[in-house]
Ligand binder design. Structure first.
Ligand SMILES: C[S@@+](CC[C@H](N)C(=O)[O-])C[C@H]1O[C@@H](n2cnc3c(N)ncnc32)[C@H](O)[C@@H]1O
Length: 203
């Protein structure tokens, strides 16, 4: 799908994301992951700032998203939670940062959106300092054959409606990217994955 169309889809969803009606599980998983962030943080595809309540004090966040509406909501949330942030409104797949710019790179529920998720996993390893933290909370194809069958059937429609692929094999993408994985947790029939990692060797 063209990027302009995707941006419009996410602009329209910003109010829903801002109202933040997440389950207590999602909130718990975000807290568990984000409590590990430190230093200079790059948050990819920040959305309406759903992670801001969970960052430790003293982090400095560079928040990127291509939806102005999402960024507007994220700005309000950052001020509610005293988050020091810089804002980038751009397609993260086209952005470049100097190698080794960030202590922590965070992505939650964004690898379902990218045209080339494997390339993004390489980029974030370059942008992260050696030994830095890459913290991911992503969703994808279930290991349950009934659920994955439904996901495959619904994927084209859902991608058109909400801009989000349902069938990505997140753990395999992570494995193939060369990330050094410290720990993973999978939930809800292995549809959701929380991943604590660092850049692989050679990044
Ligand atoms: C499913 S939402 C997740 C938002 C947030 N990370 C969260 O956990 O609630 C996906 C977000 O990714 C953004 N996004 C998708 N593709 C993007 C891209 N290529 N560049 C920048 N932002 C992107 C959308 O605008 C949207 O805010």
């Amino acid at each position: 799908m063209e990027k302009e169309r995707l941006v419009r889809i996410f602009d329209r969803q910003a109010a829903k994301y801002e109202s933040n009606k997440e389950s207590s599980n999602l909130k718990k998983w975000r807290r568990e992951l984000l409590s590990q962030a430190e230093g200079e943080v790059l948050e990819l595809a920040v959305g309406a700032g759903a992670n801001f309540p969970y960052y430790p004090p003293d982090v400095k966040v560079t928040a990127a998203d291509f939806s102005q509406e999402m960024l507007g909501a994220a700005r309000k949330k950052a001020s509610n939670y005293n988050i020091q942030a810089e804002w980038i409104c751009a397609d993260i797949e086209k952005l470049e940062f100097e190698s080794h710019s960030f202590d922590t790179i965070v992505s939650t529920l964004s690898f379902c959106c990218y045209g080339n998720p494997a390339e993004m996993l390489k980029k974030i390893q370059r942008w992260c300092k050696p030994g830095g933290k890459i913290l991911l909370f992503e969703h994808g194809i279930s290991s349950n054959i009934f659920v994955s069958g439904a996901q495959r059937v619904l994927n084209p429609l859902l991608y058109k409606m909400i801009g989000c692929h349902q069938t990505r094999d997140i753990l395999n993408l992570v494995h193939e990217s060369g990330l050094t994985v410290q720990r993973t947790e999978s939930h809800w029939l292995n549809m959701f994955h929380i991943i604590w990692a660092s850049p692989g060797e050679g990044f």
